[in-house]
Design a protein. Sequence first.
Length: 431
Amino acid sequence: MPVTAAKGTAEKDTTAKDVPGKDSGARVVDTARQDDLLAKARDSQLGNYKPPAFVLTRGSGPHVWDAAGRRYLDFSGGIAVTSVGHANSRLARAIADQANTLVHTSNLFYNERAIQLAHALTKRTGFAKAFFCNSGAEANEAMIKLSRRWHHDHGAPERKKIIAMNSSFHGRTMGALAVTGQPKYHVGMEPMMGGVVHVPFNDVAALESAVDAQTAAIIVEPIQAEGGIAVPADDYLRRVRALADARGVLLLLDEVQTGVGRTGTFLAADKYGVRADACSLAKGIAGGVPLGVMLVDKSREDGLPPGSHATTFGGNPIACRAALEVLSILDDDDVLGNVARASSLARARMETWVGRFKVISEIRGFGLLLGARVAAGVDALALNGKMRDEGLLLSIAGGDVLRISPSLNIGASDLQAGLDTMERVLAVASQ
Ligand SMILES: *Cc1c(COP(=O)(O)O)cnc(C)c1O
């Protein structure tokens, strides 16, 4: 299906499911409705984001539509979140059914869906236990707390230090922010949580000299996603695992972005044959419904005893039901097989960009977490804006990488169409 959402064009859409009665026939570009929403947004939403001037109202598969009726092919996938596509009908039915059954229980009581999801995730990954929260940052907070508390309860209360990586991203809450190795996110938010040391990513020697008798844990992303889709040496993660074992510290893997099939295996760590002491998931796990997960290895499963940690919404039945449905869809539709096929198709085309387009210097990533790094001096944001004008949504990673992270079940023709758009824009920009 070609991308036809060039700026200002109307899109006839036969799968419209907007407000009943509003959109039965061909769509027209209705900028008045959109302008009204944008004015209200400027008037009432906090200014901590800087989105482009359109308002998304609905989606279908790999596409989204704005309030003016324009269609976009979504290669951002909601920042690697919409793992089974927009408005996936199976996911929608599961969420609706759960909403009609039981929405919330709090952590005071067991609920069926959280139990089923914990069972499914532990069986799938080999971790012993699961803890549920509501975001990636919260899952990382849980890992930090678990590592300190585990040592506290096992005769080493002096082990408080968390070693993290430069250019890492772990979220915006204060603990996750403290381990995030990007100083720009710390500006004006100090004092940071203490006991955090940063070392260069993909540098085992630096890590070795930073780990000491006060160290509780090492936190690392298997692939630095927000940091620019930085892939470490093949043996890096295995050597970090060995170091953690030798020095008695926990290895915390942040798989918030790389997990749930994004890089081609269910966990990116599977690719490297490494098991963490604890691992965080969020983004794609529930197909767009907010859910964070901490998975914990058997050896650390007593890390957070009763009363030591909690969240009111954690294990929310709708979020857990959504995640169960996502897991079923991954299996039933061989979505990881699709990731492998789509990835090799995309990579093969993208590799030709280096050399062919002078604005592109390097191709990075695995699975459907792929990046085209722009050459020095090239404005990635401006390029991204041009793609958007052509009806293609991308996101930027690390300031200079055009990130492709579409739905994991994206079809070959939609993928090719998006790559066509990218090539058109890159060709013009390279002239
Ligand atoms: C997005 C992300 C987070 C933060 O997740 P939120 O849900 O935004 O809190 C943490 N770690 C990594 C690797 C991420 O990509």
